[in-house]
Design a protein around this ligand. Structure first.
Ligand code: FPP
Length: 256
């Protein structure tokens, strides 16, 4: 699905709600350091924020939430931190997959999962299977993910189709190529949030963020809870999305 004018719905109070929110959860390490704790304790506290934000997205009527949990580049972090993060993912899948299913949440994982251990790959597939028929919040975890990796794997798949004679490269459109990307079946994010004070996209959903509204906050991820999400949603509701059009064109379309 491509960028779509007036894509979002409004809630009963008439406030525009994004259909899809994408978040870079930054600041776990600094949160822990500020308390004299080890970095992994920051990641554990970050998990509590994940749960709070998932619940609040459900309450506020956000249709899809995509969280950047581990980037292609994060493999280069100290081995102990990577190991701890993998254990945390594994344990979280064990304890939370059923709860997600009970709450009608559909879980999907995007990224280069071949990099994960066989055990973790099995757990991911199992959690996806368990929630596959849920039609509430679409929760996507980006893990071992990079926006460039995503575009590359899409280009590879399109090239394979062309080699097999099923695709004419000359008539390939943007929306055809988008169909090979990881989030092909979801609308593009309406709202991107990055916590932790940095103002970068850091190789997240490069293609899909083309027309997304960007929101940055100094709040460190473990402190980002329901109230912080509400603030971001309120900020989003005040934005005028133009998708390259002029003010006048937008007014004409509103009247039509
Ligand atoms: C970035 O903060 C955060 C991560 C690389 C890991 C995110 C993981 C979680 C929130 C925990 C579990 C999540 C799921 C979905 C199971 P940072 O370490 O770069 O913080 P810093 O910039 O302060 O060092």
């Amino acid at each position: 699905m491509g960028a779509d004018y007036q894509a979002e719905q409004a809630n009963p109070e008439g406030e525009r709600i994004p259909r899809h929110v994408a978040i870079i959860m930054d600041g776990n390490g600094r949160w822990a350091q500020a308390r004299g704790q080890a970095r992994h304790q920051g990641h554990r506290a970050g998990l509590d924020a994940v749960k709070a934000v998932v619940e609040q997205c459900g309450r506020r009527g956000v249709g899809a939430l995509t969280l950047f949990a581990f980037s292609s580049e994060n493999w280069q972090r100290p081995r102990a931190e990577v190991r701890m993060l993998m254990e945390l993912f594994m344990r979280t899948l064990d304890t939370e997959a059923h709860r997600l299913s009970e709450n009608n949440v559909r879980l999907r994982v995007i990224g280069d999962r071949a990099q994960f251990s066989d055990r973790l790959q099995e757990r991911l597939a199992e959690a996806e299977r368990l929630t596959a028929d849920k039609d509430g919040l679409h929760l996507t975890i980006a893990a071992s993910y990079g926006g460039r990796w995503d575009i590359l794997q899409a280009a590879r798949r399109a090239a394979e189709e062309a080699m097999a004679g099923r695709l004419d490269p000359a008539s390939l459109t943007e929306s055809d190529l988008a169909g090979y990307l990881s989030l092909a079946e979801l609308p593009e994010p309406d709202l991107f949030i990055r916590t932790g004070g940095e103002k970068r996209i850091s190789n997240f959903l490069l293609w899909q963020l083309a027309y997304t509204e960007l929101y940055f906050t100094e709040t460190l991820w473990p402190d980002f809870r329901a109230g912080e999400l509400d603030r971001a949603l309120a900020d989003f509701a005040r934005r005028q999305r133009r998708f390259g059009l002029t003010d006048q064109q937008l007014r004409q379309r509103d009247r039509a």
